[in-house]
Design a binder for this molecule. Sequence first.
Ligand SMILES: [Zn+2]
Ligand SMILES: [Zn+2]
Length: 266
Amino acid sequence: MYEVYAIKYASVARRAADNFLVHDLHDGQMDLDFYFWLIQGENRNILVDTGFSACSAAARNRSFLQSPEAALAKLGQRTSDIDTLILTHLHYDHAGNVDAYPNAQVHIQDAEMQYATGRYMCYSALRHFFSVDDVATVLKRVYEDKVTFHDGDAQIAPGIELYKIGGHTAGLQIVRVMTRRGWIVLASDAMHYYRNYQNENPFPAIVHVDKMLDGYRRISALVESDSHIIPGHDPQVAHQYPYLGSKDEGIYCLHETPDLKGEQHG
Ligand SMILES: [Zn+2]
Ligand SMILES: [Zn+2]
């Protein structure tokens, strides 16, 4: 049984119309939050994704709410304490800073590494979401024998499972974790917002629309209710889950039951 924390490290203002493939929704503002996730228990410290790097932040005009080091310190962790690093995929906002975790074994899908180093990166519309420095850092870890590759679904440890979900990139994997309230799924970019899933109207960063839609249904089948699904970029996560410490510290307890009315409580 594990405790799972969402760490909100950045946020950006967006229009709702930019968050859906089919623009049939009334327009308005719909911000996008950036998170990574910490799984703790059974003497393991497992990080799911690493956020964007300072280089990517500068290149894309984004700013940090908190650095990964500062966020982990709030949870009593140093980056060197992380033993396992699950990269859901290699987009810049999920796979920066890997160098900061020297003791972590990296887990990634074969298809993601092939995609990020192969022919489809000749297209700027697809490579736009990657930072070559992040990809090169992971590639160097392969040569240091610190990467475990998976081809499809896999178990990291009892209670921590990976599922390969198509659509967003070639080799995205989601993470299912056993907590005191049952299995929860860290959906990462297989589900940016709850509304993408509820309306079956995907976020427009996609390589295969059909696989993206199949992914929503597969995620649904992995949990007992929608409140056990954690989307990758939805500000609702910060509104619905109990926070650790004070409200503005950006750390949310996903192993606790969310308040679906969106009332934050400590
Ligand atoms: Zn992504
Ligand atoms: Zn993302």
